[in-house]
Unconditional design. Structure first.
Length: 249
């Protein structure tokens, strides 16, 4: 196993006590290991949206990371915990579809169910009580009682690799979609409601206040308004559909 260089947190917890609880638990179990807050404002409860965004978020991240991924509205239920190894990084999270697109995007992904459970486990905070300690055990080389799992048997294994919808809104009001930008004709406009938005390479190529689509730094189709908020201008929020792409003319 390659050296673990950092732990990375991915949640829909937002502000409040939950992230701090997880950080404190991991800091106690793995003192000295860097802990990165990658994102905590994923759309609440929307496993489907977070799942589409996750592969793009980690695409250019450095190797040697353990990602603790928690978007888990079914916490306390019968769903399993999973460990996914992809190249030189590992992902721990619930078997609820969250990790499915990630596995679909990687030919070398290996999936296993986590059979280990802590002696003390709350019914409603598995991020702190199960997934964080599991990440620490993985980093320390301690047994997680793993059981290999065919990716076809993951919950949500039939989910599509892409989603023609808004999956995340950043603090500037830009709208990340669940569509890969690769292969999308730059000569085509993206239909959003009754409007058709042309492509631009970046913000400075359009006039102030103009809406457009572009390939963002994560390789996704993103909708933006130069010096404005696309979410307000277009009236869109996470989960809202977008598309199709239409030829200009």
């Amino acid at each position: 196993m390659s050296p673990i260089r950092r732990l990375v947190l991915v949640t829909d917890f937002g502000d409040g006590i939950y992230v701090g609880q997880m950080r404190a638990r991991l800091g106690d179990l793995l003192p000295g290991v860097p802990l990165v807050d990658l994102v905590h404002d994923l759309p609440p409860f929307r496993i489907d949206l977070a799942a589409c965004l996750l592969p793009a978020l980690v695409r250019d991240m450095p190797a040697g990371s353990i990602y603790v991924c928690v978007v888990d509205p079914g916490v306390g239920g019968a769903r399993a915990g999973l460990l996914v190894q992809m190249r030189d990084s590992w992902f721990i999270g619930p078997d609820n579809g969250l990790l499915v697109p990630l596995v679909h995007c990687a030919e070398d992904a290996v999936v296993a169910r986590i059979g280990w459970y802590p002696s003390v486990l709350s019914a409603s905070f598995h991020g702190r009580d199960w997934f964080a300690p599991a990440a620490a055990r993985l980093a320390l080389g301690t047994d997680l009682q793993l059981c290999p799992l065919d990716p076809a048997d993951m919950v949500g294994s039939d989910w599509p690799k892409e989603r023609a919808a808004v999956v995340y809104v950043d603090r500037f009001g830009n709208l990340m979609t669940g569509l890969q930008a690769t292969g999308r004709p730059r000569t085509h406009a993206l239909q959003v409601g009754q409007r058709c938005l042309r492509h631009a390479r970046t913000f400075c190529e359009v006039a102030s206040g103009e809406a457009f689509w572009y390939e963002n730094a994560f390789g996704l189709v993103e909708i933006a308004v130069n010096l404005g908020r696309a979410d307000r201008e277009l009236g869109l929020s996470p989960g809202d559909p977008i598309g199709p792409f239409l030829p200009l003319g």
